[in-house]
Design a protein. Structure first.
Length: 260
């Protein structure tokens, strides 16, 4: 019988200490929700890579346009993999659902803030005279209905699919080779996410031709695959840190999540 993980010290004697395992999961879930909400906030900005033309291994021509959310969204897959590794599938699914709910809360509050009457004191800062702050705010948080539906649908499907794939690869490898389940789940689920988002938005929203849509999906997906491969050392690092902080028995790489 193993000793339970030590508790996080309470700031006051009147309150009981929070078990370290619960605190660690809460931190992961809170970080997941924050990163996901930020993905929706910063994702309205588009940027370009390969301004001088795409490399030979990428289909199409010209620069590739991506949403700024791509710098934050991959971390959500990293966190679902980490939670799956330590707490198991049910806790990972719960975190995904919580993230979906918090995104809905954020979008609802943004819509309410947009319709509030602006104050006469709310004026543009020096150097930006002549700009309507209300208009700037509305444009900054403009979410096309089709894109919003596509992104929320893609998120829920891809994240839940990622969790299940992670445990499929885990069972298949017998608990070893975490890089297989990490990349095997993320790379496939990112493909699902990319197809749903771009398929709905580009076809029904922008009325693009199927060939153009396929080129966009492939280009965006290849960028996501690269990011997924780059985060492989991070999942090993975070697992080791959490394992040590929670004082879990044995060594990482077991056939099941220790806290499932």
């Amino acid at each position: 019988m193993t000793n339970p993980a030590p508790s996080v010290a309470s700031p006051g004697d009147a309150l009981p200490a929070v078990p370290r395992r619960d605190a660690a999961y809460t931190l992961c879930a809170a970080t997941f929700c924050v990163v996901l909400v930020l993905t929706n906030v910063i994702g309205v900005k588009l940027f370009q890579i390969f301004p001088d033309g795409r490399p030979a291994w990428m289909p199409g021509a010209g620069p590739v346009t991506l949403t700024s959310g791509i710098i934050a969204y991959p971390f959500t897959f990293l966190l679902t993999d980490l939670v799956s590794e330590i707490w198991g599938r049910r806790r990972a699914d719960l975190m995904v659902v919580l993230g979906f709910m918090m995104s809905g809360v954020m979008l609802l509050l943004v819509q309410v803030a947009k319709v509030l009457p602006p104050s006469t004191f709310w004026t543009a800062p020096q150097g930006y005279e002549g700009i309507s702050m209300q208009t700037a705010f509305e444009v900054s948080f403009y979410y096309p209905g089709v894109l919003l539906f596509a992104s929320m649908t893609a998120y829920l499907v891809a994240q839940l699919f990622d969790v299940r794939l992670y445990h499929f690869w885990w069972k298949l490898t017998g608990g070893g080779h975490m890089w297989v389940r990490n990349n095997g789940s993320t790379i496939v689920s990112q493909l699902v996410d990319t197809i749903i988002v771009n398929g709905i938005f580009l076809y029904w929203g922008l009325k693009m031709a199927p060939q153009q849509i396929v080129e966009v999906i492939i280009a965006v997906y290849l960028c996501k695959v690269l990011l997924a491969l780059l985060d492989t050392p991070l999942i090993y690092l975070f697992r080791a840190l959490v394992w040590r902080w929670l004082n879990l028995p044995g060594k990482p790489g077991t056939a099941r999540a220790p806290l499932a």
